[in-house]
Write a protein that binds this ligand. Structure first.
Ligand code: SF4
Length: 166
């Protein structure tokens, strides 16, 4: 898995204050993407145990209670999905009450079996590609109206897509 940056304090992406992990590499190439520098799979840094340690040690830095947001790039493309699942698994094992929000350009109904493995660790999933023709800056947690903010825990329990109340 590769990443472009870890942002310690993010109030723009997620629920409240989050630490944000930006994965590197995206196959979707959405027209109007706000984050084109994360497309290149040759760019960014390889995510290591030291980077995971950094997240674990700093998630509550200065007594600020942060949740975790994972964005991209594309966290769930074949190049990143294994590493992202491992991060989510280890993070939730250590911080079970903290929420994980994730953004993906894939649509959850089309997830591969591998991609589905991440769902049990997520609280919020924003799915679908950014669509410039549906761009709407007033929407919470998403850039275009085709994207959905999914309550993953409720969706798994009820076995249907339940949208998150934002
Ligand atoms: S999925 Fe996200 S990062 Fe990838 S091209 Fe679309 S908007 Fe950009």
């Amino acid at each position: 898995m590769k990443f472009s940056k870890i942002k310690d304090n993010d109030i723009a992406n997620g629920l409240g204050i989050t630490m944000s992990l930006w994965t590197q590499g995206c196959p979707h190439h959405c027209k109007g993407c706000f984050n084109g520098e994360t497309w290149d799979f040759e760019s960014g840094k390889v995510f290591t145990e030291d980077d995971l340690d950094y997240i674990m040690k700093n998630i509550n830095k200065n007594s600020v209670q942060r949740d975790l947001s994972i964005l991209g790039g594309e966290p769930l493309c074949p190049e990143n999905v294994d590493g992202v699942i491992e991060v989510c698994e280890k993070f939730k094992a250590k911080f079970p009450s903290k929420k994980i929000s994730m953004w993906t350009g894939y649509i959850v109904e089309d997830f591969t079996e591998k991609q589905k493995e991440v769902l049990k660790y997520l609280d919020v999933l924003v799915d679908g590609p950014f669509q410039q023709e549906n761009r709407n800056l007033s929407l919470a947690m998403r850039g275009s109206s085709n994207q959905r903010v999914i309550d993953v825990k409720k969706s798994l329990t009820e076995n249907k897509i339940v949208l998150f109340e934002v």
